[in-house]
Design a binder for this molecule. Structure first.
Ligand code: PBG
Length: 324
């Protein structure tokens, strides 16, 4: 029997060799940790379908942000759960709203941590949609003004980066123009460029209390079977002034991440969403998967597909593991 000359197993035989030829790394500096901030004081409410993730009032959010920074994670992403909701999500624009106050508390406690804010009104509207509703329709252009004002309000409170997740057409341009007009020319935008209408956002909607009260988000978020369309969405957001682009969800859309990576020379973030987190946590709890290994394999896969940054609820767990 004649053996092949090249034996791939030669470089797999020890951890030393494996480390030397490893193509992809995952580090704490790749992560952005999403957080849910709410009104009141001393509030810490665990989200049932997202073990380890809590809604926090601002001072506890600042405390958690300190832990995040100490683990070497460079950024947090803030979602707000306000006290009051209405048709147009007006509590999103309050100068002392939940997110605005949380930004101040976090920047006070950890000035070097990058504070990213989600710009979308679904957590603030009574109907739970990401846009203004009239006659059962989600209106695009009237929503743009609100999003732009929301981004400016976050900027005034001290946000370092704003991230529109609404999927209205033209919102990056509207936000860029408003920020520039108000003097925030240096504040970057991370656009949720290719965001799909996904069932994997289920646990998040419990966390943020933002499930739509009627219909669904399919008239504005992308249709899961489409990949070429993702490239058009990304191209548009770049044209409109996006500094970073995002693909969301991550694991069921690794092909989209890879195609966007191929086509664009921009920093790419991928959102390892609530449902992806919940699946691994649940299987881990049942003893059906090794939770730590599943987490690290998922994160490295997202990086391997081409993402520079990963928004993930695993950020703290993974950073701790990487320190060992
Ligand atoms: C909308 C928004 C959603 C998520 C982030 N921003 C929910 C949605 O579009 O329905 C989902 C994030 C996750 O599932 O972790 N503001």
């Amino acid at each position: 029997m004649r053996f092949p000359i090249y034996r791939p197993r030669r470089l797999r035989q020890s951890e030393g060799f494996r480390r030397m030829v490893r193509e992809t790394t995952v580090e704490a500096s790749d992560f952005i940790f999403p957080m849910f901030v709410t009104h009141g004081r001393g509030v810490r409410l665990e989200i049932a379908s997202m073990p380890g993730v809590c809604r926090l009032s601002r001072e506890l959010a600042a405390q958690e942000a300190k832990e995040v920074a100490a683990l070497g994670i460079p950024a947090v992403l803030l979602f707000g759960i306000p006290e009051r909701k209405d048709e147009t999500g007006s509590s999103a624009l309050e100068p002392h709203g939940v997110v605005q106050e949380a930004i101040r508390a976090i920047k006070d406690a950890v000035p070097d941590l990058v504070v990213v804010t989600d710009v979308c009104i679904d957590e603030y509207t009574s109907h739970g949609h990401c846009g203004v509703v009239r006659d059962g329709k989600i209106l695009n252009d009237p929503t743009l003004e609100i999003l732009a004002a929301m981004a400016v309000s976050h900027a005034r409170a001290g946000a370092d980066l704003v991230a529109p997740s609404d999927m209205m057409d033209g919102r990056v341009k509207a936000i860029r123009e408003a920020l520039d007009r108000e003097g925030f020319t240096d504040l970057p935008i991370m656009a949720y460029a290719a965001k799909y209408a996904s069932c994997f956002y289920g646990p998040f909607r419990e966390a943020a209390d933002c499930a739509p009260k009627f219909g669904d988000r399919r008239s504005y978020q992308m249709d899961p079977p489409n990949a070429r369309e993702a490239l058009r969405e990304v191209a548009l957001d770049i044209e409109e002034g996006a500094d970073l682009i995002m693909v969301k969800p991550a694991l069921p859309y690794l092909d989209v991440i890879a195609r966007v990576r191929e086509a664009f020379d921009y920093p790419i973030a991928a959102y390892n969403v609530s449902g992806e987190y919940a699946m691994i946590k649940a299987a881990g709890r049942l003893g059906w998967l090794d939770e730590e290994r599943a987490m690290m394999e998922a994160l490295v896969a997202i990086r391997r597909a081409g993402a520079d940054l990963i928004l993930t609820y695993f950020a703290k767990d993974a950073a701790r593991l990487l320190q060992r």
